[in-house]
Ligand binder design. Structure first.
Ligand code: ADP
Ligand code: MG
Length: 243
């Protein structure tokens, strides 16, 4: 059974259709990259997966259970297996690095503070931030803040991570330290849904690349298939422009 199944999904903003006929199965440990021009619906797809936007039709199954968008309690429970990191890291400015990572597991998931703190220190050390536990976000570079944001998402102990352009707001010299962190998650076997314009990175880490345009999946395949032998003119044009 796939860990995540997206079946004939359609989603609107108001009357404006932004996703249509989206079908995708994701196996545990797969690394799916969504690529496509701005406005093609990549972020919207992640919002639907997170339960933040109910689809007009079609559906999403996580570990075989259908997301019931009309049932907030069920949605919260299933959503607990997913965590998202955005382009804007949105750390709490008035909290230390350690507290940023601990607050949701303690306050929302009601886990024991001691256990959460131990995990937080482990995760922050893993992303190279173990020496900044007491620092505040405004004392950190963008790349450091984004690594804290990734540790914060990991502290929720998700089985799927969604990463929406996590390097897009960073200065070029800071991009690699964050990509290295994502490489580490990939090596750990975490199921990842990545939206990125870093095509070298996408090509290197993805098990499957999905090209979206105009709210549709135009084609998907292995990095080799999609980048070296695209089947559709629209894909060729996009891939040709960015490589
Ligand atoms: P991408 O992430 O691929 O750039 P988005 O999913 O953000 O694309 O956007 C898909 C389409 O939905 C675009 O046409 C965008 O203008 C529109 N859109 C995005 N967010 C909203 C919103 N909150 N309200 C209305 N339209 C939106
Ligand atoms: Mg987007």
């Amino acid at each position: 059974m796939p860990q995540l199944e997206i079946h004939d999904l359609k989603a609107n903003y108001g009357t404006h259709t932004v996703l249509e006929r989206i079908n995708l199965d994701v196996e545990k440990g797969e690394i799916i990259s969504l690529i496509g021009p701005s406005g093609s619906g990549k972020s919207t797809l992640l919002r639907v997966l997170m339960g933040l936007l109910p689809p007009i039709s079609g559906g999403v199954r996580v570990d075989g259970r259908s997301l019931d968008y009309a049932n907030p309690a069920q949605l919260r429970e299933i959503r607990a297996s997913m965590a998202i990191v955005f382009q804007q890291y949105n750390l709490f400015q008035n909290m230390s690095v350690l507290e940023n990572v601990c607050v949701a597991p303690v306050k929302v998931q009601r886990r024991a503070r001691k256990e959460v703190e131990e995990l937080a220190v482990r995760l922050l050390t893993k992303v190279g931030m173990g020496n900044k536990l007491d620092a505040y976000p405004d004392q950190l570079s963008g790349g450091q803040q984004q690594r804290v944001a990734i540790a914060r998402a990991l502290a929720l102990q998700p089985s799927i991570m969604l990463l929406d352009e996590v390097t897009a707001a960073l200065d070029p010299e800071l991009v690699n330290e964050v990509l290295d962190t994502v490489r580490m998650l990939a090596a750990d076997g975490m199921t990842l849904f990545i939206v990125s314009h870093e095509m070298g990175f996408v090509r290197e880490v993805s098990s499957k690349v999905v090209f979206m345009d105009g709210g549709h999946i135009v084609e998907s395949g292995t990095p080799r298939e999609l980048f070296d032998n695209p089947q559709h003119a629209r894909t060729r044009e996009f891939v040709g422009k960015i490589l």
